[in-house]
Design a protein. Sequence first.
Length: 494
Amino acid sequence: MITTFISQGYDEVSENAVGKLIVSNIESGEYDKITILSAFASRSAIQVLQGLLLKNKFDTNNVRIIVGIDQGGTTKQALLQLLTIDNAKVFLYYQKETIIFHPKIYLFEGINQAELIVGSSNLTLNGLFRNVESSIRINGSLKDMDQILNSVKAYYHTIFDESDSNLVPLSPDVIHDLTEDGKIPTESSILRPRNNKKGKNSNRTDKLFSRKEIAKIPRSLFKYFKNEISKSNKNDDNKNIQTLTNLIDRPVEVFNYDEPSYHFPQGVHVGHILYGLKVIGKSNRKDSHIADEYVRLRGDIGTGEIGGFQRKSKYLLIGMMQLGLIDDNRNVEDQSNYQINLTENGRKLFAILEDVIELVDLSFKKKNKDFDKSWEMVHNKRHYIKILKSVIQLHNENLQFFRNLIFEMGAVNLMAEFLNTSDESSLPKTQFIYEHFFSFPKVVEYCKKYNIKPGTVEAAKRRCPLIIDLLEIAGLVEQSTSYVDVGKLQSNLF
């Protein structure tokens, strides 16, 4: 068993930081179980952890993350990011008394060995890399580590067995309640300049304390932290996003064959989009769900089961056309045999997601009928949303590309402006969106411009979800079963 003192913050580059050890342990393949207890957590650190867990295929039952929410140390955005981790069990620890939940424990267990890191580093980017922190690292064989591991697990036994009354599984409803009760801050509320209470200058303080260079993240880890350390991400994200009004008023080429499903896609979710990217990106449409025999962009749709299937194939393709991922072929003369190709943006998105596309299960359920093909995927849409968020939001350049991509779509602009200007709070109910979106003046004007009949409430239930899901993947909204949190959308776009 080896015990090592871990220090950070005094070096120019944090080569021995706790964060570097965590990355190394996850990437090593030597550990299959992870337990993290942290007083505070930040969105940036969680994004990186999320990407590492996804890349290294950790099992949900073997990863537990327990964070506290005392003293405003964990933001709402951090909790929303935690909620998207697909392969971890996440809990909050909170108690009403004045004492707080304050441990920082990172435990890695494998078949043959274990490692325990205990110290002052919270699950935040600064805590893991930049702050002046101190920790102890203990690692060795399971036999050598047995006593210390048993000691930790015995003391925190109600946390490890998940029986503690102050331990609550993280959920959208929990985040909503904590927000309403003022228990958690937003990032915008805490990222303000540090001024003294009287608002005077800090000359006296400057004389007492000198400035110190902030420790840098090692270059070897830039690939994990690119979106957080990039100079382009120093200021507000809205630098690369145009105002919604300008985007909505942008001229759009009108084709002869227009219909509501093109402008407001229905019948598909982001899992279907991923499938389309895979099939078209690999030029492998034969025997796929979008093979020539199933593609009917204008009429000539069959009856019964095959007709319904062809209609869903059409919905996918025109949705991808509206997103600018494939060439717009709605006006092609010969529908029976033509090529479907990715656009430049489609190829770029395929390149960003190619590794994920290879790993993710994009299969479909089969029907017990003569025509057994189905567009119902094995996993639900939330599964794919979480995966896409973890990849798209990991690097700032990918995030900005995706935001620019979806804001080329009229429906996304309209939804964003509707969510920002509605009379509802920053947590409008999903039902409110369905009931009022198509009566929103800008949407009415848009539909009139393209000779589209505004959708009913039932139509909105089919056409709005994909639009909102795209905004969530872009990091601009978050969703629960009943609400859409638009707080970040408001801070980024206006």
